[in-house]
Write a protein that binds this ligand. Structure first.
Ligand SMILES: Cc1cc2nc3c(=O)[nH]c(=O)nc-3n(C[C@H](O)[C@H](O)[C@H](O)COP(=O)(O)O)c2cc1C
Length: 187
């Protein structure tokens, strides 16, 4: 980890072309505090986890994700909630990156937010993500928690985050995430 710019990897739990969570990640990229930058990972091409495939040699998309996580100073996850829990695409990506040796989540600062169609905003998926990521030694920012419900009313037709209150919530999350990453560096 360098002392210069803080490099964040964004991971979106939805593969949908017009995903609100991907739109939220793009908005977060514009709201980053000075000294932070973000790239967004592709996870849609990672095959379903299969131990036989892992043993035969990790597929390139999984290798790529592991390398991106390892190189990042922090990971920002934006995900919808599917049936009160984690989407298959995101859990698959987490699982591929979690296998030893050199599992990629070890001591990685992580921040979460979620966008959903309904009003609750993904509270349940975030608690499942915290459970999963903590047990593989990821360090998830405790607060602020950002749950973006009724997403269709917060983004315009081009996927721009137009709701000022939500922009402020995301900004606060990113300011907190920067401090969290810096705190982890000092450990
Ligand atoms: C399989 C499935 C299950 C869903 N389950 C939930 C749920 O438990 N809670 C919720 O708030 N929304 C649920 N939704 C609705 C999503 O929040 C909504 O589709 C959201 O826009 C998806 O995120 P995206 O726009 O990033 O693709 C579900 C959607 C799908 C496809």
């Amino acid at each position: 980890m360098s002392d210069s710019e803080i490099k964040v990897l964004g991971i979106c739990g939805s593969l949908r072309r017009k995903s609100f969570n991907m739109a939220g990640l793009r908005a977060a990229g514009e709201l980053l505090p000075a000294g932070m930058s973000m790239t967004i990972a592709e996870i849609g091409d990672i095959p379903l986890y299969n131990q036989d495939v892992f043993d035969a040699g990790m597929p390139e998309p999984a290798k790529r994700l592991r390398a991106q996580i390892a190189a990042a100073d922090g990971v920002l996850i934006a995900s919808p909630e599917y049936n009160f829990s984690v989407t298959p695409a995101l859990k698959n990506a987490i699982d591929w990156a979690s296998r030893p040796p050199d599992q990629a989540w070890q001591d990685k600062p992580i921040a979460l937010f979620s966008c959903t169609g309904g009003p609750v905003g993904g509270a349940r998926v975030q608690y499942d993500l915290r459970k999963i990521l903590t047990q593989i030694w990821g360090h998830v920012l405790p607060r602020p928690e950002v749950f973006i419900g009724n997403s269709a009313s917060k983004f315009d037709a081009d996927g721009r985050l137009t709701d000022e209150t939500t922009r402020k919530f995301l900004t606060d999350l990113l300011v907190g995430f920067k401090a969290w990453i810096e705190r982890m560096r000092r450990r």
